[in-house]
Design a protein around this ligand. Structure first.
Ligand code: NAI
Length: 352
């Protein structure tokens, strides 16, 4: 199976330049933890930090961010809050994904042993169409009091995401892909998405394929999540289902999300929220953003550094029980980060 996104060539000394978009809310403090952990792990990455002010509608900042990601090929990102309710002001997060054609979002929902959770031993891959569907941002008031919102599903993007999902399932040794839809009501849009995935499934006879209506899927996820292996779905269902599964595993603070296109990749916390209410209090869980940083290192081929940090995270939250409040602990964000750094420093095998 071919590699799915181009990997940037390393610079002098094997180092990579990576764009860092701290975003809003807890984003900036989480990025400070990433930089600290990378320093102790000796990760060969130089960050180019691009701040985007959520209150400003300055298009230059956004253009600068996109240019930086195009140059580096890879970014790590916090969520940029969209402050305005005006339909004229578009989400910068959506704009970045669309501009770079990051057509697929991957959330690997794997339980952390020992971390309190509503369901145990979950291992689900959610693969989400990331650039169209309900996020087309095509809304208008056709006549006074009547608002129309367009959900755009295209044959080409449905095919790309389905093929990506089956290739990924094959590469990861997965057994089953489930397409999630509402084709009983949205017969044309979800119908196209479903039919396309059924057609692509025939090219992968070793992987079982089934489908499920989104409503039933939410119920099944909460009650019997172990039946799912790889799931594919359109954009909004992907956001909702990702949040449901994160909730089952332990909340917004654990999992990372990966956004891929043919040429670029962006890594971020899986639920993409800003956590504005908990910013600056030293209580945010640093793990989701650190896991995003681990996924970014793996993508760049720095597997030893990735493993070193990943092991330190698991030791800290699963074995030492050093955890923030959101996952049942009493520790601060900085306690957790310090414990992770201590594990890195104590590791028998260091990558350098
Ligand atoms: P929020 O930012 O209020 O977070 C939801 C809950 O998760 C809160 O209780 C928060 O304290 C908790 N949380 C988040 N990250 C955490 C962490 N690292 N450690 C501990 N607890 C954590 O979410 P809300 O209200 O959904 O969204 C706020 C902003 O994020 C909005 O601007 C929204 O547009 C944006 N956003 C949210 C997405 C989502 O899937 N929830 C997706 C895309 C954007």
């Amino acid at each position: 199976v071919k590699k799915q996104t181009s990997i940037p060539v390393a610079l002098y000394g094997g180092r990579h330049a990576v764009t860092m978009l701290p975003g809003s809310g807890i984003g900036p403090e989480l990025m400070t933890y990433v930089k600290n952990v990378f320093r102790y792990a000796g990760a060969p990455v130089d960050f180019q930090i691009v701040d985007i002010d959520p209150k400003s509608d300055d298009k230059k900042e956004l253009e600068y961010a996109i240019t930086s990601i195009r140059r580096n090929g890879v970014a790590i990102k916090g969520n940029i809050e969209t402050k305005s309710e005006s339909a004229e002001v578009r989400s910068r997060n959506v704009a970045i994904r669309n501009e770079l054609d990051l057509f697929v979002n991957v959330l690997h929902c794997k339980s952390f042993p020992g971390v309190p959770a509503r369901q145990k031993d979950i291992d689900i891959m959610i693969i989400r169409q990331n650039t169209e569907g309900e996020y087309a941002m095509l809304e208008h008031e056709s006549v006074c009091g009547v608002v129309e919102s367009m959900k755009v599903v295209t044959h080409s993007n449905s095919e790309r995401v389905a093929r990506w999902a089956f290739d990924y399932a094959k590469r990861m040794g997965r057994k089953k892909v489930t397409t999630i839809h509402k084709a009983n009501i949205m017969k044309l849009s979800d119908g196209l998405f479903l039919e396309t995935s059924r057609r692509i499934a025939k090219e992968y006879p070793d992987i079982e394929h089934n489908d499920m209506i989104i409503d039933n899927c939410c119920m099944q996820l909460v009650s019997k999540p172990h039946q799912f292996d790889v799931m594919i779905m359109t954009n909004l269902y992907g956001s909702i289902v990702s949040n449901v599964v994160c909730g089952l595993i332990g909340g917004a603070g654990l999992l990372c999300g990966k956004n891929y296109g043919d040429h670029y990749a962006i890594f971020e916390p899986g639920t993409r929220n800003t956590g504005t209410a908990i910013a600056g209090k030293n209580i945010a869980n640093p793990v989701a953003m650190l896991n995003a940083a681990v996924a970014m290192l793996e993508h760049l081929g720095h597997t030893k550094h990735a493993k070193l940090i990943e092991n330190a995270i698991i030791q800290t939250i699963c074995h030492d029980n050093i955890r923030t409040q959101d996952i049942g602990g009493t520790n601060s964000s900085t306690d957790v980060v310090q414990a992770i750094i201590d594990h890195i420093l104590q590791a028998d095998v260091r990558p350098w």
